[in-house]
Write a protein that binds this ligand. Structure first.
Ligand code: ME8
Length: 513
C-alpha cells in the first residue's frame, strides 16, 4: 500500500543575506517534523528554497556591486550548503528564478486575468519596501507597516489588482469552519479582527518601478508581485505544471511552517489565491514566534544577529536541534541566551542522557562481561519504570502531533531522569558486589531497554545520538514504533563501550569563544 503523503514547507527565504538562527529555526522544526512523520510511516516531503525576486533583493545585489542573478546564485548556493551542514533533510530546494517556476507564475497570472479575478487599475497608498506590500492609511499600525512594523512610503502607480475582496466571506468561513487551519489559535483572531472583519481590499499584484521579477505575460511594463511569485513556489516545488502525478500526491500541503510576521500572506492572500485557482487549501499553517536576542528582535542594524554555523561547528547539529526544540515554545517568542545553551547542554545532554548511557554500559561491562542478560528477580521499582516508559511513548507522540516540541522533550527527559533515579534506587553496584545476579541482571536489562526506547524516541531530533546509543547498546534500530514496547533487547546482546555522548562544557571558557 502507498504510504500517506505529508507535505511540509518552510518559508522561501529572501537571499538578501545569509540565514541566521531565527530563519533556521523554521528549517530545524521542519526537518524534525519530516523525520518524525517518516519514522511514523508517512511519505513526508519537505520543501524549502529562496525568494529571489523583488526590489529588496535587487537593492541588496546593487549594494554589493553585483547583478541580481549573480548575487542570488551565490546566496542560494550558500544557503544549500548551510542547510546541509545543519543536517536539514529537505527534498526540494525551489528557487523563484527557476524557469519552470517563472512559467508557472505567468500561467497563474494569465488564468486569473482571464477569469476576471485580476484587473488593471491605479494604486495610491503606503508601501513597505521590506514586505513589498501596499497598505491604506487605516491599515497602518501607528503609521508603520502592520506586518513588520517598519517605516512606509507614500506611492502612486498603475497596477494590476487581484480581487481579494471577492473572497472575504469565504475566508471568514474558512476560519469559522476549520479552526485547525491556523495555529496557534490566538492568531486567528488577529486575522479576523485586523483584516477580514475590517473588509478586505483588492490587492495590488504587480509593480512597475523595477524589473527584477517575473514579467506579466501580456504587459511587460509590469512584474508580478513578489508574494504571488513566492507563495506559488510551494506548488512548483512538488511538480505543479510539469509533474502532475507528483503534484497530486503531495498537494494540499499538510502544514506550512512560518514565522509570525507572514501570517497574513499565508492565511488570507494565499487561500484566496488558491480559491481563485479552484485548488484545495493547505491543511494547516503554523506560525512560530520570534527568537529574540537579549529580548530584542535580531536585526542587522542592531548588530545582534546570531548565525548557526559557529554553534554547529563547536557543539554539533544534535545539540543545536535539541536546544531549539527544547528551549522555545513553538508559537511564542523566546530569548536565545548562550549561557542557557551551555546550561542545557551540561544538564540535559551531559548529565542526564550522557551519564545514563555511560554508567549503564560501564556496569554491564564490569559485572556482566559486556552482555545484557535477562534477570529473574523483579520489584516495584521495575514496574514503575516500565509503566513510565509506556506513558512516555503515548505522551511524547501526542505532544509531537500537536507541535508542542518543547513539552514532548520535557516528557522524554522526565523518563531519562527517572531512569537515572532507578539506578540510585536499585544500587546495582551493591548488587554486583554481593553477586546478586538474578536481581542485578533485571536492573541492567531494564536500564539498557530504557536507553533503547529513549534512543528511538529522540531520533527525529538527534539522529546521531540515536545511532551512538544503539551502537553502544549493541542493538539494531528496531524503528520508532518499537519504543512502544518494553523488552525487545535479546538475551546476551553484547554492548560496545564507546565515547562520551556529550562532553561537559566549561561555560566560562565557552562564552569567551
Ligand atoms: O519572509 N525568529 O523571507 P525571510 C524567528 N521570503 N523567525 C524569524 C526571525 C527570528 N528572529 N527572523 C526571521 C520571507 N524569521 C519571505 C517568505 S514564503 C512564501 C516567503 C523568519 O527570509 C520569518 O518569520 O524574511 C520568516 O518566516 C522566515 O524567517 C523567512 O524570512
Amino acid at each position: 500500500m502507498d504510504k500517506q503523503a505529508y507535505y511540509i514547507t518552510t518559508p522561501i527565504y529572501y537571499p538578501n543575506s545569509n540565514l541566521h538562527i531565527g530563519n533556521i529555526y523554521t528549517s530545524v522544526i521542519a526537518d524534525v517534523l519530516k523525520r518524525y512523520k517518516n519514522l511514523q510511516g508517512y511519505d513526508a516531503f519537505l520543501t524549502t528554497g529562496t525568494d529571489e525576486h523583488g526590489q529588496k533583493i535587487m537593492n541588496a545585489a546593487l549594494s554589493h556591486g553585483s547583478q541580481p542573478q549573480q548575487f542570488v546564485d551565490k546566496i542560494a548556493g550558500e544557503t544549500k550548503l548551510l542547510l546541509k551542514k545543519l543536517d536539514i533533510d529537505y527534498d526540494s530546494f525551489i528557487r523563484s528564478t527557476d524557469p519552470k517556476h517563472e512559467e508557472n507564475v505567468q500561467k497563474i497570472f494569465q488564468y486569473l486575468y482571464d477569469k476576471g479575478d485580476i484587473y488593471k487599475g491605479e494604486y495610491e497608498g503606503y508601501y513597505c519596501e521590506s514586505c513589498e506590500s501596499y497598505f491604506t492609511e487605516s491599515q497602518l499600525d501607528n503609521g508603520n507597516c502592520p506586518d513588520c512594523g517598519r517605516k512606509v512610503d507614500y506611492h502612486k502607480e498603475e497596477s494590476y489588482f487581484f480581487r481579494l475582496s471577492k473572497y472575504t466571506d469565504r475566508l471568514r468561513e474558512l476560519f469559522k469552519d476549520r479552526p485547525e487551519f491556523l495555529e496557534p489559535k490566538f492568531r486567528q483572531n488577529e486575522m479576523l479582527n485586523n483584516f477580514i472583519n475590517k473588509g478586505l481590499e483588492d490587492l495590488s499584484v504587480t509593480r512597475n518601478t523595477f524589473d527584477w521579477g517575473v514579467d506579466v505575460p501580456f504587459d511587460n511594463e509590469h512584474v508580478v508581485y513578489v508574494w504571488i511569485d513566492a507563495l506559488s513556489c510551494y506548488l512548483t516545488a512538488i511538480g505543479y505544471g510539469y509533474d502532475q502525478e507528483k503534484f497530486n500526491k503531495y498537494w494540499p500541503a499538510s502544514v506550512h511552517l512560518i514565522g509570525k510576521d507572514i501570517v497574513r500572506f499565508h492565511t488570507i492572500i494565499w487561500p484566496a489565491l488558491l480559491m481563485a485557482l479552484d485548488m484545495p487549501l493547505p491543511k494547516k499553517v503554523f506560525a512560530h514566534g520570534w527568537i529574540l536576542f537579549d529580548n530584542d528582535k535580531m536585526s542587522k542594524s542592531k548588530g545582534n544577529i546570531m548565525y548557526p554555523e559557529p554553534l554547529v561547528e563547536l557543539y554539533g547539529t544534535d545539540a543545536l536541534k535539541y536546544f531549539l526544540l527544547r528551549e522555545f515554545n513553538f508559537g511564542s517568542d523566546g530569548n536565545f541566551l548562550s549561557k542557557k545553551f551551555m546550561d542545557r547542554y551540561n544538564s540535559d545532554l551531559v548529565n542526564d542522557l550522557g551519564n545514563l548511557l555511560s554508567r549503564t554500559i560501564s556496569m554491564i561491562s564490569k559485572y556482566n562481561g559486556g552482555e545484557i542478560k535477562k534477570g529473574k528477580e523483579f520489584d516495584a521499582f521495575d514496574e514503575d519504570l516500565i509503566r513510565l516508559a509506556g506513558l512516555t511513548y503515548d505522551k511524547f507522540t501526542s505532544l509531537m502531533d500537536e507541535f508542542k516540541f518543547n513539552e514532548a522533550l520535557e516528557v522524554l527527559w522526565n523518563f531519562v531522569r527517572r531512569s537515572n533515579k532507578y539506578v540510585d534506587q536499585t544500587e546495582p553496584w551493591i548488587l554486583g558486589r554481593e553477586e546478586k545476579y538474578d536481581r542485578l541482571n533485571t536492573v541492567l536489562y531494564n536500564l539498557a531497554e530504557s536507553l533503547r526506547i529513549i534512543a528511538q524516541l529522540v531520533e527525529p531530533i538527534m539522529r546521531n545520538t540515536t545511532s551512538e546509543i544503539l551502537k553502544q547498546l549493541g542493538v539494531e534500530n528496531f524503528g520508532f514504533e518499537s519504543a512502544k514496547e518494553f523488552g525487545l533487547i535479546k538475551e546476551k546482546t553484547k554492548v560496545n563501550k564507546g565515547k562520551n555522548l556529550f562532553n561537559r562544557l566549561d561555560t566560562e571558557e565557552e562564552l569567551k569563544k
